[in-house]
Design a protein around this ligand. Structure first.
Ligand SMILES: Cc1cc2nc3c(=O)[nH]c(=O)nc-3n(C[C@H](O)[C@H](O)[C@H](O)COP(=O)(O)OP(=O)(O)OC[C@H]3O[C@@H](n4cnc5c(N)ncnc54)[C@H](O)[C@@H]3O)c2cc1C
Ligand SMILES: *[C@@H]1O[C@H](CO)[C@@H](O)[C@H](O)[C@H]1NC(C)=O
Ligand SMILES: *[C@@H]1O[C@H](CO)[C@@H](O)[C@H](O)[C@H]1NC(C)=O
Ligand SMILES: *[C@@H]1O[C@H](CO)[C@@H](O)[C@H](O)[C@H]1NC(C)=O
Length: 538
C-alpha cells in the first residue's frame, strides 16, 4: 500500500483526515439555492474538497431574491422565517444578528394573514364598500373553525369522505357554505357577502400554498405539513443575507454561475476513451472505472462526478426530467414527480408617493360580490386580474416608503407575467380605485413583480401535495439512485434535495436548507463507512 502524507495534521476527525489521504470523491451540486448551498457548505466543512456547484442563473439564492428599490429591500421570493426555535434558518439569522432590527410588529403570529400585525385588514367589495369589521371577524372565525378540521384528516387519520374528492378546497367550500346557509341570524344579503368572502379567502389560501386552486390540494395530506412554533420573522436587511451566510465559506472556484446543466449521464452510461487521463493519473484511486456520472452543461462543458446532488425545483423536474437524466429516472420516481404539485404564486409591488390608505390599514382585500355562487372559479384570460386577492401594506414606512405588495397565483399569475409593467400597473390602479371607492388614487410611481412561473430554471413557486399524491411521493422523490444498495454499482450517484423533497417542511426555506444538509450527510456517512471498512481491514 502506498504510504502518503499520513496524518501530520492535527485534526482528529477521522473523516476529514481520511478524505485528505484518499482520492477525493468528485461531487457536483446542481443549483445554488438554499438546498444546494447548505449541501455544499456541509460537505466542505466535513473534509470534502472536490465539490463543484453548477448554477444556471447568474446569481445565487434561487427562490430567495431580495431586490433593492430605492431605500426599500423587497423580497421577490421568500419573505418570512416561519417559526423560531428549531428552525435552522431562524437560528442562522438570529445567531448572526440579522434580526436585531426587527420591530415588534414584524414578529407576526397567525395563520391566514402572515402579514404585519400592525393595523387591520380592510375587506373591500367591488362596489367600493368596506365590509364591517365585526362581520369580517365573524366570517374569519367560521372559516378558521373549518380550517382546523382540514388538519384532522392527516393528524388523526380521519377518513376522507368521497363527496369531498379529497380536496381541501371542495371540503372547505362545502362546509363553510353549509354553515353560512343554515345560520338563522343572517339576512340574504349578509349570507351573500359571506359567500363572496369565502371565495376570497380561498384565493388567499391558494396563493399561500402556491396551488392554482385549493381544489387541487390534497385534504388527506394537508395536515402533514408541519408548522414550527413561534413568530414569522422578516429579515430587515433582506432574506439574501441568509444566502450570503451560507455561501461565505464557499470558495469562488467552487461556484460556477451561468452554468445550466443540460443532462446528467449516470450509471456509467457514458464511458469514452478520450477521458482516459482522468482514470490513469491517480495511484491512490482505488475506484474501478472512470466517473459513474457525467454532467453535461448547456455550453458543452462536461464535469465528471462520483456523486451529483440535484436541487432543481419540482417545476423544473416536471418539465425536464425526461431529458435531464440519462438513463431516465425509474418509473416510480417519475410518477411521484408527476403527481406532486407546484404552481405559481407571484408578488406585485406598487410604490406610491403618498399613502391613500389610512394609517391603521395593513392590507386591502378584494371581495367580488358576484363570485358568491360559482363553484371553483375559472376565469377567461382577459379577467386574469380577478385572481389578485389582496395588497398588503409594507410596514414600517420609514423602511419601505408607501409600498403595497399584491398576491396572485395559478394560471392567472402566468398571464400576469406575460403582461408588461404598464398594463399591470394600470390594472392594479383600477382595482384599487374600484374596491376602495376612491377614484383619485394616482398611478404608482414604481412597479416591481416576480415571475417565478416563466423562469425556466424555477417553473413555479413552491410545492404542495396535490390530490392523488402523498408524503410517500415526497420520500420517493428524495430517494437517491441507484435504489439497489446491494448491487455492485457505485452508491449515491444521484441525490435529490430541495424544498419539495422535505416531507414535513416542503415549500419553505428551512425545508430546503435541511434537505441539502440531509443529502450531504448521506455522503458523509457513506465515506465514514468506506474509511472505517478500510481501517478494519488494515
Ligand atoms: C413568491 C415566493 C414566496 C415565498 N415565501 C416564503 C417564505 O415567506 N418563507 C419561506 O420559508 N419560504 C418561502 N418561499 C419558498 C422558498 O423560497 C423556497 O422553498 C426555497 O428558497 C427553495 O430553495 P431550493 O434550494 O429548494 O430551490 P431553488 O431556490 O429553486 O434553487 C434551485 C436552483 O437550481 C437552479 N437550477 C435549476 N435548474 C438548473 C439546471 N438545469 N442547471 C443548473 N442549475 C439549475 C436554479 O436556478 C436555482 O437557483 C417562497 C417562495 C416564493 C417563490
Ligand atoms: C476534482 O477532481 C478532478 C479529477 O480528479 C480534477 O480534475 C479537478 O481539478 C478536481 N477539482 C477540484 C475542485 O478539486
Ligand atoms: C445500470 O447499469 C447496470 C449495469 O450495466 C444495469 O444492469 C442497470 O439496469 C442500469 N440501471 C439503469 C437505471 O439504467
Ligand atoms: C399551474 O397550473 C396551471 C393549470 O391550472 C398550469 O397551466 C400551469 O402550467 C401550472 N404550472 C405553473 C408553473 O404555474
Amino acid at each position: 500500500m502506498q504510504s502518503c502524507e499520513i496524518s501530520s495534521d492535527s485534526t482528529d476527525d477521522p473523516l476529514s483526515s481520511g478524505l485528505r489521504r484518499h482520492h477525493q470523491p468528485r461531487i457536483v451540486v446542481i443549483g445554488a439555492g438554499l438546498a444546494g448551498l447548505a449541501a455544499t457548505q456541509t460537505l466542505l466543512e466535513n473534509g470534502f474538497t472536490n465539490v463543484t456547484v453548477l448554477e444556471a442563473s447568474d446569481r445565487i439564492g434561487g427562490r430567495v431574491q431580495s431586490v433593492q428599490s430605492g431605500k426599500a429591500t423587497l423580497e421577490l421570493g421568500a419573505t418570512w422565517i416561519h417559526g423560531a426555535n428549531g428552525n435552522p434558518v431562524y437560528h442562522l439569522a438570529e445567531d448572526n444578528g440579522l434580526l436585531e432590527h426587527t420591530t415588534e410588529d414584524e414578529r407576526s403570529v397567525g395563520r391566514i394573514s402572515l402579514y404585519a400585525k400592525n393595523g387591520v385588514a380592510h375587506y373591500q367589495t367591488n362596489s367600493g364598500k368596506r365590509i364591517p369589521k365585526d362581520l369580517v371577524e365573524e366570517f374569519s372565525d367560521l372559516y378558521n373553525e373549518v380550517y382546523e378540521l382540514t388538519q384532522e384528516f392527516f393528524q388523526n387519520g380521519k377518513p376522507v369522505g368521497a363527496e369531498t374528492k379529497n380536496s381541501v378546497g371542495i371540503f372547505t367550500r362545502d362546509l363553510v357554505r353549509k354553515k353560512i346557509m343554515t345560520d338563522p341570524d343572517d339576512s340574504e344579503s349578509t349570507k351573500k357577502l359571506k359567500l363572496s368572502m369565502l371565495q376570497q379567502y380561498l384565493k388567499v389560501e391558494s396563493c399561500e400554498s402556491s396551488s392554482a386552486s385549493m381544489d387541487e390540494v390534497s385534504l388527506s395530506e394537508f395536515g402533514e405539513w408541519t408548522e414550527i412554533p413561534g413568530a414569522h420573522h422578516v429579515i430587515p436587511g433582506g432574506f439574501i443575507k441568509v444566502v450570503e451566510l451560507l455561501s461565505q465559506e464557499i470558495p469562488s472556484r467552487v461556484l460556477q454561475l451561468g452554468k445550466p446543466v443540460r443532462r446528467v449521464h449516470w450509471n456509467y452510461s457514458v464511458q469514452d476513451a478520450e477521458q482516459g487521463p482522468d482514470r490513469a493519473d491517480h495511484n491512490q484511486d482505488r475506484r474501478p472505472g472512470p466517473a459513474p456520472v457525467r454532467v453535461e452543461c448547456e455550453d458543452g462543458e462536461w464535469f465528471l462526478a462520483d456523486h451529483v446532488i440535484v436541487t432543481a425545483s419540482l417545476g423544473v423536474l416536471k418539465k425536464a426530467h425526461e431529458t435531464l437524466f440519462s438513463p431516465s429516472l425509474p418509473l416510480d420516481k417519475a410518477l411521484s414527480i408527476q403527481k406532486l404539485g407546484i404552481n405559481t404564486t407571484d408578488k406585485i409591488f406598487l410604490e406610491f408617493s403618498e399613502p391613500f390608505w389610512s394609517p391603521e390599514c395593513n392590507s386591502i382585500q378584494f371581495v367580488w360580490e358576484d363570485e358568491a355562487h360559482p363553484e371553483s372559479l375559472a376565469y377567461p384570460e382577459e379577467l386574469w386580474y380577478r385572481k389578485i386577492c389582496s395588497f398588503d401594506v409594507l410596514y414600517p414606512p420609514e423602511r419601505y416608503g408607501h409600498m403595497l405588495s399584491g398576491w396572485i397565483c395559478g394560471d392567472e399569475a402566468l398571464l400576469m407575467e406575460r403582461c408588461d409593467d404598464e398594463t399591470v400597473a394600470e390594472m392594479c390602479t383600477e382595482l384599487l380605485r374600484k374596491f376602495t371607492g376612491n377614484q383619485n388614487i394616482p398611478k404608482p410611481r414604481r412597479i416591481l413583480r416576480s415571475s417565478w412561473g416563466s423562469n425556466p430554471y424555477i417553473r413555479g413557486s413552491y410545492s404542495f401535495t396535490r390530490v392523488g399524491s402523498s408524503g410517500g411521493d415526497v420520500e420517493r422523490l428524495a430517494e437517491p439512485l441507484p435504489y439497489n444498495k446491494s448491487s455492485k454499482a457505485p452508491q449515491l450517484q444521484l441525490l435529490f434535495a430541495g424544498e419539495a423533497t422535505h416531507r414535513k417542511y416542503y415549500s419553505t426555506t428551512h425545508g430546503a436548507l435541511l434537505s441539502g444538509q440531509r443529502e450531504a450527510n448521506r455522503l458523509i456517512e457513506l465515506y465514514h463507512d468506506v474509511l472505517n471498512a478500510e481501517t478494519t481491514k488494515a
